[in-house]
Design a protein. Sequence first.
Length: 296
Amino acid sequence: MSHFVYMNDRVVPAAEAKVSVFDHGFLYGDGIYETMRVYDGVVFLLDEHLQRLHRSASLIGLDIPKDVPGIKRALYDTLQANALRNAYVRLTVSRGYGQIGLDPDLCKEPTFIIITNEFKPYPNTLYENGISLLIASTRRNLKEALDPRIKSLNFLNNILAKIEAKRADAYEAVMLNDAGHLAEGTISNLFFVKEGVLCTPSLECGILDGITRSLIIDLAVRNSIGLREGAFLPGDLYRASEVFVTNSTMEVMPVSRVDSSRFTVGYVTRLLHTHYKHEVNAYVSEKKGEGPSLWQ
Ligand code: PLP
């Protein structure tokens, strides 16, 4: 646990970082968040995460009580207060304190929180051998019911799928959409290789447009790996030659099993993960070169 948390307008000791029981984030899951990874003191793809944060905010009619330089300063102040260079960052903005009732106007001021923790690397054996996935019976929220472009505090859909995975001793669950097409993991995007082509569910399948997913697609294109974004069935996944999932903290995580189908960690997975790490290194060097501008 970190010692300091950013709360609304300042860094406070973690023990003092308390949110009201009337906060609509707590009462209704009314709010948004971003999870980011910090490498050697640099928040990776920070601008992309902040753009998505603002998109989420605008889709729920929430005004973030800080401008972009203010958010960046708050992030780096929190990392500095905790003396963290390799970290996990969770930035949450909830609708704020207000009387009970769904009306957002009951809340005068959003609650703005940044939690940073030391990054505990995933065990190497997971990258070497892969994780197991379960195709959950819990379907992904209908995109017309809850826009997946909103990275919201409402996570019960994903938690129900995660519970299924845990009960089956699987590491991550893959959810299908209402049409029965592959959608995404509970906290990750899904990729697989079929006949040499990298396949991933398209955004129309009702998924979050993961920032890692976008970078992986970009890297595939730049490295002349065939790419297909589309609507796929579980059978496509079972018959794949390689499977992996992505997110900002796991990066590229190989998959060794989906239900009862088994996979070995393949060439495309390793290649893309290597390229991803190069991107991280290049980004970190470039941002460090900019020096204090990180804090502006
Ligand atoms: N899909 C869902 C539902 C997620 O919650 C996440 C990350 O939290 C992702 C995908 C991956 O997103 P990113 O690559 O931006 O971390």
